[in-house]
Design a protein around this ligand. Sequence first.
Ligand SMILES: C[S@@+](CC[C@H](N)C(=O)[O-])C[C@H]1O[C@@H](n2cnc3c(N)ncnc32)[C@H](O)[C@@H]1O
Length: 279
Amino acid sequence: MNFHKNIVEKSDKEILILNQNILNKSKNFKALSLESGHFLIEDIEKFRNGYKLIKESLGKYADTIFSSDNMICWNRNYSFLRDIFYKNLLYDKELDTSAKTTIWRTYILVYFAKICSNLSGDYLELGTYKGHTAQVLTKKIDFEKLEKNYLLYDLFEWKDGDAHSPLNGLMDKNLYSHVCKKFEKNKNVKIVKGPVPDTLHNTIPEKIAFAHIDMNHWVPEASSLEMILPKMSLGAVIVFDDYGWFCYHQQKIALDPIAEEYGQEILELPTGQGILIKC
Ligand SMILES: C[S@@+](CC[C@H](N)C(=O)[O-])C[C@H]1O[C@@H](n2cnc3c(N)ncnc32)[C@H](O)[C@@H]1O
């Protein structure tokens, strides 16, 4: 870190100005908070009462509360809430509550997507659904300017007997065409309809820089991890959306030994995501 070195090389007057700058900025660095939805609560009434007590117990620190996506924390900076891009997402009337609830996950996803942009290889998303996070990612990191493809995989439907979750959006017969339309101007985004891992066999890129795996089901996730790992560049990242969620614990059980086979380890984040950085 150069901070100390810079200070050593500066005069007392310069240090005073430097310190004053930080203190001035600090005056405008306000406490932020966000309250949105949670998943899997059996007794909402009890939860609300308990949450009210938590806030009361925090006193003035309740100004910094974050309560969303099954996380309640306080006394944090929330860098993403200070970024106009994410702030605009939260104010976007078109965006559904679930996308707003998972904003911290989106911030993490986009952070890793950005740092992988200098690596060799393409980007994948396994489980695209309505294309929300893929669209946020392409906008925030200016994906069009990269000499890479972003391949988006999904079944884009749900039929009786299917193993994957019957999400509401999958009942829309036009989901696939809506997603194609969403990305029609993004020349380097390719949409692949059909079941993973079958669709990966003919389309998987030679080299992979980044992958988001979010199919809410361990069977296709495990098979695709086997296919993706050998193609990842050094430093490439996989973000697993559900790795840390107890309701999807089969994913952890299935994915850990595959990662281990390749000398890799998945990091569980408080958001419930899992991160694998190929090393
Ligand atoms: C939670 S959604 C993905 C959400 C999306 N990543 C986002 O952040 O907006 C899960 C998606 O995985 C898809 N899916 C599940 N199993 C699949 C499989 N075997 N092949 C392809 N897509 C699958 C479902 O159709 C569904 O759209």
